[in-house]
Design a protein around this ligand. Structure first.
Ligand code: KG4
Ligand code: ZN
Length: 374
């Protein structure tokens, strides 16, 4: 609820270049002691600009999403079949102020009600990250509230805390997105052990590349997911890459195999059943991911399993992971599709938990395109 004494929602006017010095965000010891005092009224404004989505969210009490504004520039990239970084960063500059204003309107709060600002600092596209971090620094400076720099991969994990009160570490899970494929052990809040990663493409990238090759749309993940519904997942036997070899992943052999299959069919003059190709390709990806996740959960003796990131919206991944977790007596958590793909609610949520743990905010945060989870 908006405070009566709060000034009206301003038309936020953030200059393109925000040059904030550390001194501008001075925090006294007393203010820092205030950290860790979260309650159900704590309001965090989250900002996400790591790729092609400008996200601004307002979160109350760690799990009440009052606003989750997402402005995507995907349409601008679709003709190129992938994100064009310069186009994405320009779109963030245009979308940022309207997205903040819209989030405040939806949440019916003002900027002066915020307890802290949380922003993605990496990994991601540097030009895109700079826009979000600059906006967040300016807001934190003007409002004199803590600034929390958030790891995008960690935020994907925290998307699970938005909707599942019973989700808690220790847990093992997959972060599968357009830029990353990680199998992670999370023994406690804020602690991560990366068990495996992709040796080549990210899972979402493989979906996008195959969809582009098949000419069925961009982004490719949802297009393949949709088309696969009408096909048979056993129609074509694509390889299960590195199924029994550790916790790393690889998609290059599978991609080659799909291309070889299409080429041979064309050479033989056989009509290609795109639905079968999509369903069989998707099954090859999903089976390996599910197998490795269950194996890791068992090896690390955890019962909570999570799936996060854009590819976690995949219907077959959710289905097969659900079946296999039930068989193995594991508890599976995944976010609603809107919190799987890039959004700022997950960034605010991750910020809330950090704030709660009393982690000292840093006004000097800088974007880091190659930031690691652990
Ligand atoms: O997490 P995200 O929004 O951005 C990154 O952090 O990269 O993930 C985007 C990726 C894209 O590659 C997109 O094709 C994929 O997630 N994706 C899906 C589905 N929805 C989005 N992949 C498979 N099935 C889906 N339903
Ligand atoms: Zn992401």
């Amino acid at each position: 609820m908006a405070k009566e004494s709060s000034p009206p929602v301003p038309s936020v006017d953030i200059p393109d270049v925000v040059d904030v010095t550390p001194e501008m965000i001075l925090q006294t010891e007393t203010e820092i002691e205030e950290l860790g005092k979260t309650d159900e009224q704590t309001l965090i404004l989250g900002i996400e600009t790591s790729c092609d989505e400008t996200g601004v969210a307002i979160l109350r009490g760690g799990d009440q999403v009052l606003a989750n504004v997402i402005s995507s520039s995907a349409d601008l990239h679709s003709r190129y079949g992938g994100v064009v970084p310069e186009v994405a960063s320009r779109a963030h500059v245009q979308a940022m102020n309207p997205a903040i204003a819209e989030a405040l309107r939806l949440a019916d709060v003002t900027l002066w009600d915020m307890s802290a600002i949380a922003v993605t600092v990496g990994p991601g596209l540097i030009g895109s990250l700079i826009v979000g971090v600059a906006a967040a620094k300016a807001l934190a400076s003007v409002l004199e509230v803590p600034l929390l720099g958030i790891n995008h991969l960690e935020a994907h994990i925290y998307a699970n805390f938005l909707e599942h009160p019973d989700f808690a570490p220790p847990a093992v899970g997959l972060i599968v997105s357009g830029g990353h494929t990680l199998l992670v052990h999370m023994p406690a809040h804020g602690l991560y052990e990366v068990l495996g990663e992709t040796l080549d493409d990210a899972a979402g990238e493989a979906f996008d590349k195959i969809a582009r090759y098949l000419g069925i749309g961009y982004p490719g993940g949802p297009a393949i997911d949709q088309m696969a519904l009408g096909g048979s997942k056993r129609a074509i036997k694509f390889p299960r890459a590195m199924l029994r070899r550790g916790y790393d992943f690889s998609f290059s052999g599978l991609k080659t195999s799909v291309r070889d299959y299409i080429r041979k069919q064309e050479e033989a003059g056989v009509e290609i059943n795109l639905a079968d190709v999509c369903a069989s390709f998707q099954e090859a990806v999903v089976e390996v991911q599910v197998h490795k996740t269950i194996k890791a959960a068992q090896e690390y003796g955890v019962t909570n399993v999570f799936v996060s990131g854009g590819v976690a919206a995949n219907s077959r991944l959710r289905e097969l992971m659900g079946v296999m977790c039930e068989e193995s007596e594991l508890k599976l958590f995944y976010p609603s599709p809107v919190y799987c793909t890039d959004n700022a609610a997950m960034v605010a949520c991750c910020g809330h938990y950090r704030f709660e743990r009393g982690i000292r905010p840093d006004p000097n945060i800088d974007p880091d395109p190659n930031l690691h989870l652990a």
